[in-house]
Design a protein around this ligand. Structure first.
Ligand SMILES: [Zn+2]
Length: 224
């Protein structure tokens, strides 16, 4: 333990930890400095059932509940955190934000958590699905199973970023499949960001129409 902490001190001397938002040197394991962490734009939607996430999804699919932890805006601290999570493998960010979610939202009455999958080709290239650390920690904190082999991605769509809502919905319609149709219960579908709702509503509609299940949605962030 002592050798490890001396090793860490030497490492910190040459490669100091930096806040992912403002780049100031920090001493803790957290991804953000104290002042950037205090600026995290929490939605505080836990008491608001008809929140913005729910209102985005309601016209597109049947969801029993929807929640996002943070607001996502161009260039805000949430966007930077999710960028490091998705493209630079900072998987601890997902676990940390799941712990924050679990402090205010009780998911123990659900039957399991289903992460939105990435296509196997993308998984091979990137090495991980950025949603898993968040989904896995939510499941662990709530004492419910992570169901990671049920919903599958069958089409590898190009980036959705520059498409409008209608184009997104059309291009993603056939992108997902189910391993089987035996699932039964109340499940939480989890993704990193809720933008137009195209991905999440496609997955929710597929599960609800093919199995005897209800779906709620949880994302780390929601675009404003
Ligand atoms: Zn900072």
């Amino acid at each position: 333990m002592e050798i490890l902490s001396i090793g860490n001190s030497v490492l910190n001397l040459f490669f100091p930890r930096r806040c992912l938002n403002c780049d100031s040197v920090i001493s803790s394991d957290n991804p953000l400095c104290v002042s950037c962490a205090a600026e995290l734009p929490y939605t505080h939607w836990n008491a608001d059932k008809k929140n913005q996430a729910y209102r985005k999804l309601k016209p597109l699919c049947t969801v029993s509940f929807a929640h996002s932890l943070l607001f996502f805006k161009h260039d805000n601290v949430t966007q930077k955190l999710l960028h490091f999570l998705k493209y630079h493998g900072h998987l601890s960010i997902g676990r940390l934000l799941a712990d924050k979610t679990s402090e205010t939202v009780n998911l123990s009455n659900f039957d399991g958590i289903i992460p939105v999958p990435v296509h196997p080709k993308k998984l091979k290239k990137r090495g991980y699905n950025q949603v898993i650390p968040y989904a896995e920690t939510l499941a662990k904190n709530a004492g419910i199973p992570l169901i990671n082999d049920f919903l599958i991605r069958v089409e590898n769509n190009p980036s959705q970023v520059h498409k409008n809502r209608e184009k997104r919905l059309n291009s993603i319609k056939n992108a997902f499949g189910l391993k089987h149709e035996k699932l039964k219960g109340n499940f939480i579908l989890v993704d990193d960001v809720l933008t137009s709702g195209a991905t999440l509503s496609t997955c929710a509609n597929l599960i609800v129409s093919s199995t005897d299940s209800k779906i709620a949605v949880m994302t780390i962030a929601c675009t404003v």
